[in-house]
Design a protein around this ligand. Structure first.
Ligand SMILES: NC(=O)c1ccc[n+]([C@@H]2O[C@H](COP(=O)([O-])OP(=O)(O)OC[C@H]3O[C@@H](n4cnc5c(N)ncnc54)[C@H](OP(=O)(O)O)[C@@H]3O)[C@@H](O)[C@H]2O)c1
Length: 286
């Protein structure tokens, strides 16, 4: 199995992040945790933004041990709760001098219905002034190849009329890429760049809401899937690769630029989604 998995490219670079501050959402497990370990080894200060304090503290210990760095802290952030997002963002803007890299990594897949505003959109909005002051800076949105099966249902964005968990996941991942494109345009000339990515098919806790037969299928597919370390490589690449400092708004996979679907390049839908999200969150972000 290891031989098959070795085909996945591991991005190799000795680029350092000394003096930089990185926020990673959902950093207590899976891809986020491995991203935290790698970026901590490169000298960055890491803020692990997690919704469950106990899980966050256990992961903090692991990340410190694995990276050898003590410059790592946790912050409580539940992206399904706008109050929690506001409290977290306020504490960051009060306590941190800079945020050079924001990795919007947290996500859930095919879960039971739950209505959430776009948490990463609000978080980015609230941290944007600090991120701009910290330029050069990067904002990384962890999307998925599942975006290609998604459509943006502007008339029922929260799936209140009908909820299909697969479609809801694909829609949210398509929205990540459209958000990245719109964000890149608004950030032109600011020294802040934005990236969307597919991490690969990665064996993580993300599969927890799959049905038993789907989980069994994933078990058999294991040799063809990535480990969390392998799954973190494209996030690390987008965070660190010097050549990407002049690129913004694009989509990456396997540590390289990748093609996204036509729907993910639809700037008209991106604009309408942006306006709708602002309206739902009652914020003004031109
Ligand atoms: N694994 C894959 O095959 C795959 C493929 C394509 C894209 N992705 C994307 O990669 C990203 C990372 O996923 P993963 O595979 O590493 O999954 P994971 O192991 O399940 O990690 C997801 C993380 O997100 C956190 N999270 C979920 N909902 C949250 C909320 N409302 N507020 C704050 N944190 C929340 C989870 O916290 P808890 O531990 O408290 O639940 C966990 O830390 C996700 O955006 C996912 O969609 C994964």
């Amino acid at each position: 199995m290891q031989a098959l998995r070795n085909k996945f490219r591991r991005w190799s670079s000795d680029a350092r992040l000394d003096g930089k501050t990185v926020i990673i959402t959902g950093a207590n497990t899976g891809i986020g945790k491995e991203t935290a370990i790698d970026l901590a080894k490169r000298g960055a200060r890491i803020i692990m933004a997690c919704r469950d304090t106990e899980r966050a503290e256990a992961a903090l210990k692991e990340v410190k041990e694995a990276s050898g760095s003590q410059n790592i802290v946790t912050g409580r952030l539940d992206l399904s709760d706008s109050k929690s997002i506001r409290v977290f963002a306020e504490s960051i803007t009060k306590e941190e001098r800079q945020v050079n890299i924001l990795i919007n990594n947290a996500g859930v897949m095919v879960c039971p219905y739950g209505k959430t505003a776009d948490g990463h959109f609000l978080l980015t909005y609230l941290l944007l002034d600090l991120i701009k002051q910290s330029a050069p800076a990067r904002i990384i949105n962890v999307s998925s190849m599942a975006h290609q099966w998604g459509t943006i249902k502007l008339e029922d964005i929260n799936s209140e009329k009908s909820y299909d968990k697969q479609k809801a996941y694909s829609q949210s991942k398509l929205a990540n890429i459209l958000f990245t494109r719109s964000l890149a345009k608004r950030l032109e000339g600011s020294g802040v760049t934005a990236y969307a990515l597919h991490p690969g098919v990665v064996q993580t806790d993300l599969w927890r809401h799959l049905t038993k037969p789907q989980q069994a299928a994933m078990w058999f597919a294991k040799p063809f899937t990535k480990t969390s370390v392998q799954g973190a490589q494209t996030s690390i690449y987008c965070a660190v690769e010097p050549e990407l400092s002049t690129e913004s708004g694009k989509y990456y996979s396997d540590c390289a630029p990748a093609k996204c679907s036509h729907a993910a390049m639809d700037d008209e839908v991106a604009q309408r989604l942006w306006e709708l999200t602002c309206k739902m969150l009652t914020i003004t972000w031109e």
